[in-house]
Design a protein around this ligand. Structure first.
Ligand code: FAD
Length: 603
């Protein structure tokens, strides 16, 4: 079997915010670093992030602190978060943002020149450092500029399909080049997974083609635990029209800047359903909500800025009750602020330039003059590789994970802005500890049979050829299935049906064939992605069946309430000895007294 071999102390798989930050830190730890990504450098999902990075800098409201950020994150995650990760995240995010600034990130500024921060759902104070609505672009640009000067070897357009192991630890990875289809073997002493999310398992998603759950599956196949897979975040506001752009994100920043949600009767329906846990923090009239978005410290946030799980369900309720917009969404209106601000159109274009262009170009809507039509879209997965909070090492030695593909910090629901800060805080930690592991634990070598097996499996779709069923039919069927039966509102019966349907879909996936050759063959790539999509879909479905309550992103109409007993539990899936997926529960460790006091004080 023909392949190229590369050797690095630390191999980072994924070049989004988490991967880049991990690579920078590992390199600073004095080891050689390789960075692999499926697309071109700079194209990772992180580049799409719009609203901002959550960090308690307290530049706009000096009442903010790590304690408030920690309490907000735990409340948002409905207390099944890994509290140690939430603590580290809240404490370290401000330093990571300042570091990004020192490396050249051009944040929007307060009048006195500090990093400006904006309001976002579930954050008590304005907390999101941002660059208009293009924060992810600035973050990636800055990390790349910084990273390329550190001697990191970048392998672009290379997809990893298998991790290599020896003696119970990870020692490398096997992948293929997208351009030529040639195989590559990476030898490494430590591997960091930073592969992002799983959105492409669903039909309507804000995620791009790359997000097929690869890191989740690579870890699972190596024996690592996945945790919290039932917690998928459906962002309340994706585009619903025209069909070709359905699912594309409409940033929460629109609501942070004063945008309001209305049904077809013109009613601001979010005032009709304010959860008890948020009642004291939420405005009870429109005037107060507006003042909050304009920085009045004595005002409480409008109900449009409640957590994403809740806002999504309210939107679904309006649509199902026949009060939706013509294309099956509801209305999101920022144009109404012209009644309050004399320069509203310029203000909107300045604060939300991408949103303005997105709607103008894709839907021929001028958001400074008319409302948008929006509806929920699969956006993020809180679940992922189970990691140690301090080091980010998974349950398999030498395998680390950071960013969206790791679990823990967000619990049952992620607050907007907490992902970008997660990438920086835990990307750094993963890189640091992977480098330490690589320095202290000399690696072994994988048996040749692992590489041969991986190559054989990768080439199988060609043997079956173009006359077999193609991968896209199976992909579409899976996406429909997950959207319809394991989506925003779930129940036992439908999820059991989904589970039963996954078996035949897996069989079909094993029989798909592709025509042509290995050079830039998207059908071949889609065929190889199917195993990952099916694995994460099974993990989501089994975990969602297991959790018999509703919490955060996981809502069950047959168990609509939270159950305190489940609030002390995380759900784990792992590959059993017989190759089948096993589901188990683990108790969440008791929170230390000082953190309990912080949570209580902020209630
Ligand atoms: C439209 C949009 C807006 C958002 N806005 C915000 C926001 O304002 N604030 C916020 O906090 N969060 C936001 N998010 C969420 C946030 O952007 C993501 O959660 C985050 O960027 C994920 O970063 P990551 O580093 O974990 O992975 P990603 O940035 O997703 O990068 C994953 C990397 O892994 C690579 N990869 C994947 N599989 C393989 C493989 N098999 N082999 C090799 N490489 C592989 C990819 O090529 C890519 O380089 C937004 C998300 C979207 C979609």
């Amino acid at each position: 079997m023909d392949y190229q071999t590369h050797e690095h102390d630390v191999l980072v798989i994924g070049a989004g915010g988490a991967g880049l930050r991990a690579a920078i830190e590992a390199s600073a730890g004095g080891v050689s670093v390789g960075l692999v990504c499926k697309s071109l450098l700079g194209k990772a999902h992180t580049v799409m992030a719009e609203g901002g990075i959550a960090a308690a800098l307290a530049n706009v409201d000096d009442r903010d602190s790590w304690e408030v950020h920690f309490a907000d994150t735990m409340r948002g995650g409905q207390y099944v978060n890994n509290w140690r990760m939430a603590e580290l995240h809240a404490k370290e995010a401000p330093d990571r943002v300042r570091e990004l600034e020192a490396w050249g990130a051009m944040f929007d500024r307060t009048a006195d020149g500090r990093i400006l921060q904006r309001n976002f759902g579930g954050h008590r104070y304005p907390r999101l450092a941002h660059v208009g609505d293009r924060t992810g672009l600035e973050m990636i640009r800055t990390l790349q500029d910084h990273g390329i000067h550190r001697g990191i070897d970048v392998h672009m357009e290379c997809t990893i399909v298998r991790l290599l192991t020896a003696g119970g630890r990870v020692v490398g990875a096997f992948g293929y080049e997208r351009e030529r289809g040639r195989f590559k073997v990476f030898k490494a002493r430590a591997v960091v997974l930073a592969t992002g999310g799983v959105g492409r398992a669903f039909k309507i998603t804000s995620n791009s083609w790359e997000y097929t759950g690869d890191g989740h599956t690579l870890a699972y196949e190596t024996g690592a635990d996945l945790m919290d897979m039932e917690f998928v975040q459906f962002h309340p506001t994706g585009m619903v029209w025209p069909p070709s752009v359905r699912g594309i994100l409409v940033t929460e920043g629109v609501r942070g800047e004063g945008g309001v949600l209305k049904n077809s009767n013109g009613r601001r329906f979010m005032f009709d359903d304010i959860p008890e846990a948020y009642r004291t923090q939420t405005a009870d009239n429109e005037e107060e909500g507006w003042r909050y978005t304009q920085g009045d410290k004595n005002a409480r946030r409008p109900p449009e800025l409640l957590t994403r799980d809740h806002v999504s369900r309210c939107i679904v309720r309006e649509i199902k009750s026949g009060r939706g917009s013509p294309h099956g969404g509801v209305y999101l209106d920022i144009s109404w602020i012209s009644a309050r601000l004399s320069n509203a159109a310029e203000h909107i274009k300045k604060k939300l330039p991408s949103m303005y262009h997105q709607f103008k170009q894709l839907a021929d809507i001028d958001i400074t003059k008319e409302p948008m039509e929006v509806g929920p879209t699969t956006h993020y997965i809180m679940g992922g590789v189970r990691v140690d909070a301090d080091t980010q090492m998974s349950t398999v030695p030498g395998l680390f994970a950071a960013g969206e593909c790791a679990a823990g910090i967000n619990g049952a629901n992620r607050l907007g802005g907490n992902s970008l800060s997660d990438l920086l805080v835990f990307g750094k930690r993963a890189g640091e500890h992977a480098a330490k592991f690589a320095r202290e634990c000399p690696g072994g070598a994988a048996e040749a049979s692992q590489i041969e097996e991986a190559a054989r499996l990768a080439l199988e779709p060609f043997e079956r050829g173009g006359s077999a069923e193609g991968p896209y039919q199976v992909q579409y069927a899976l996406q429909e299935l997950m959207q319809d039966l394991v989506g925003i509102v779930r129940n036992e019966q439908e999820m059991q049906r989904a589970l039963e349907a996954l078996g035949p879909l897996r069989e079909r996936a094993q029989r798909v064939g592709v025509a042509g050759h290995r050079e830039y063959n998207p059908a071949w790539h889609a065929a190889l992605d199917l195993h990952n999509l099916l694995t994460v879909s099974e993990g989501i479905t089994r975990s969602a069946i297991e959790r018999k309550e509703s919490r955060g992103g996981h809502f069950r109409e047959d168990y609509p309430d939270k159950d305190a007993a489940w609030g002390r539990m995380n759900i784990i899936v792992r590959k059993g000895r017989d190759g089948r997926m096993e589901v188990s529960r683990v108790s969440i460790p008791e929170m230390p007294e000082e953190l309990k006091r912080v949570v209580e004080a902020m209630k």
